[in-house]
Design a protein around this ligand. Structure first.
Ligand code: SF4
Length: 373
């Protein structure tokens, strides 16, 4: 039984240059059929859910969806699931798609957390990313959400953008912090193969900032946000006290979650399952009452161990080494990395140091090697 539910909405107004997520241009008729298929999938899967602690409606751009989508989805959730007391219900939103009416509809429907994809407060950087909004619209979206009554708002920011400098990143951080959101996520831009951004970099038409500058940007975000009341609780996530994203914390705790929608991944009873990413195939399967799963595998123990370490060490609180059957091996395997200052053992918690956080992937891979994983 999973107490966490993810719902994927695979539509966007336009594809951003760096995007390799499952998202496709919005088409009204397809979106209508998708809504029906999604509600069918949720009804089939309801028996795998306990009392939901969180519901996360992500994408794509869920805020692009018409009112009918949210009305149908909320009524489908009410009919098929029970919610725990004070659930966290998040909708991902992008500036340029949030009207006052839509914000009101979301709030009345029980949504109590908005995650807004701002990325930057610099118009040239937003253009370089192929975003549909500008900096003014980004700030207006946050202010409109606050005015509607949303108090738990998260802003997504991005560093390492072509043309970005330490100074322009500091300006973005300052403008984000001035809006006093409850939560800020800051991700490094990663050029993924097959995206237009990757092509432009290969053709040397644009350049990413130097590696040292990008590391400096990461240092900046940690220092700036901690000086302004935001605690870092995960490699890329910062919040005011009590506003860590409960849905994502469950991922890093390697907890179970149920998921619905094209390309959605579930993790229930030790099995990871993945739905087809093709919207037409997704709709067609569900119209005939078949779950659109493309893959469903039990996670082997070695993989489970790797996941526990990789996900757990992303959190600043790290992982407990007490009561872990891996404990003797784990402490031994971590000894060298502790000595070099990349990891620390504090009480029963093994965690990345600040130096280790900057190089987290390399440190965690070294730990896997030392453990023979
Ligand atoms: S808004 Fe997000 S999901 Fe949509 S295209 Fe841009 S990066 Fe991809």
């Amino acid at each position: 039984m999973a107490d966490y539910l993810y719902i994927h909405v695979p539509f966007c107004a336009r594809k951003c240059f760096y995007c390799d997520f499952a998202s496709f241009p919005f088409e009204e008729q397809e979106a209508r059929s998708y809504t029906d298929a999604l509600c069918r999938e949720l009804a089939i899967k309801k028996n795998q859910a306990g009392e939901l602690k969180t519901v996360y409606i992500g994408g794509g751009t869920p805020s692009l969806m018409p009112d009918r989508f949210f009305r149908d989805l909320f009524s489908c959730l009410r009919d098929n699931f029970s919610l725990s007391a004070a659930p966290e219900i998040t909708v991902e939103a992008n500036p340029g798609t949030l009207t006052e009416a839509k914000l009101g509809l979301l709030l009345r429907g029980g949504v109590n957390r908005l995650s807004i994809g701002i990325q930057s407060f610099q118009d040239t950087e937003l253009k370089a990313l192929g975003r549909i909004h500008n900096a003014k619209e980004a700030a207006a979206a946050v202010e409109a959400a606050q005015k509607t009554g949303f108090t738990n708002i998260s802003l997504d920011l991005m560093y390492g953008i072509p043309g970005q400098t330490i100074a322009s990143w500091q300006e973005t951080l300052k403008r984000a912090e001035n809006l006093r959101p409850a939560h800020i996520s800051a991700y490094e831009l990663t050029p993924e193969k097959g995206t237009p951004l990757f092509g432009l970099l290969e053709e040397e038409k644009i350049r990413l900032p130097e590696e040292g500058v990008v590391l400096g940007m990461y240092d900046c975000v940690i220092d700036y946000l901690s000086a302004h009341g935001y605690a870092q609780y995960e490699i890329s996530n910062f919040s005011q006290p009590g506003y860590g994203c409960r849905h994502n914390i469950n991922y890093w705790d390697r907890g179970e979650y149920l998921a619905a929608g094209a390309a959605a991944h579930s993790f229930v009873a030790g099995r990871r399952s993945r739905n087809t990413a093709s919207i037409p195939a997704y709709i067609e399967k569900l119209l005939t009452g078949i779950l659109p799963e493309e893959e469903s595998t039990e996670v082997p123990e070695a993989e489970a161990k790797r996941e526990r370490l990789f996900l757990g060490l992303r959190k600043t609180e790290g992982i407990s080494v007490v009561n872990s059957h891996d404990e003797p091996d784990l402490v031994r395997a971590a000894a060298g990395l502790i000595k070099e200052g990349y990891l620390e053992l504090s009480g029963d918690r093994l965690r990345l140091t600040r130096k280790g956080t900057v190089l987290s992937n390399t440190v965690i891979v070294s730990l896997f090697e030392n453990l023979g994983l």
